[in-house]
Design a protein around this ligand. Structure first.
Ligand code: ADP
Ligand code: MG
Length: 160
């Protein structure tokens, strides 16, 4: 039941200076940070990360967006963390994302707006979508040595 998932604080989040606020929300839910690094992805790396979207009409804008500055990459660990983190992020389109979710609270753009301008949707975070993606994405962004096993003071509440 304990899972690891990849989350990226995208370049828009870093450039807006709201990484701390987003990280706080994830920590507050009890998620454990087991890896964290700042990475400026290049276009080749972006293509690996977003391989499933290479043929999509929005890919060019998406790639431009993810390489426009550094991201903060994190691996979070927790109970069914993959689904939990996706829920906390909210819907892909900020306009549709519910208030209370990260995307709903910190972003506003719509598919219509982004597609009309040919730009990627700036929606604050990336989070692994399922177990298979989480395993691939954690391995893409982190070496085993960059991931840490330690105890948080909260774990007594998770396991007892
Ligand atoms: P998610 O990030 O919620 O898993 P997707 O995997 O569908 O969403 O898309 C990856 C990223 O591509 C989104 O987070 C968003 O930044 C961007 N994106 C998705 N759809 C569009 C679109 N129609 N126009 C522009 N950018 C998009
Ligand atoms: Mg996705």
């Amino acid at each position: 039941m304990i899972e690891r998932t990849l989350i990226l604080l995208k370049p828009d989040t870093v450039q807006r200076g709201i990484c701390g606020e987003i990280i706080s929300r994830l920590e507050r839910a009890g998620l454990k940070i087991v890896g964290m690094r700042m990475v400026w992805a290049d276009r080749d790396f972006a293509k690996q990360h977003y391989a499933e979207h290479l043929e999509k009409p929005f890919y060019k804008g998406l790639e431009d967006m993810i390489v426009m500055g550094p991201v903060i990459a994190m691996v979070l660990e927790g109970v069914e963390a993959i689904e939990l983190v996706r829920k906390m992020c909210g819907a892909t389109e900020p306009k549709s994302a519910n208030p209370g979710t990260i995307r709903g609270d910190y972003a506003q753009v719509s598919y219509g707006h982004a597609d009309k301008r040919g730009i990627g949707i700036k929606n604050i975070v990336h989070a692994s979508a399922n177990k298979k993606d989480a395993q691939i994405e954690v391995g893409l962004w982190f070496t085993p040595e960059q991931l840490h096993t330690y105890k948080t003071v909260h774990e007594v509440h998770v396991f007892e």
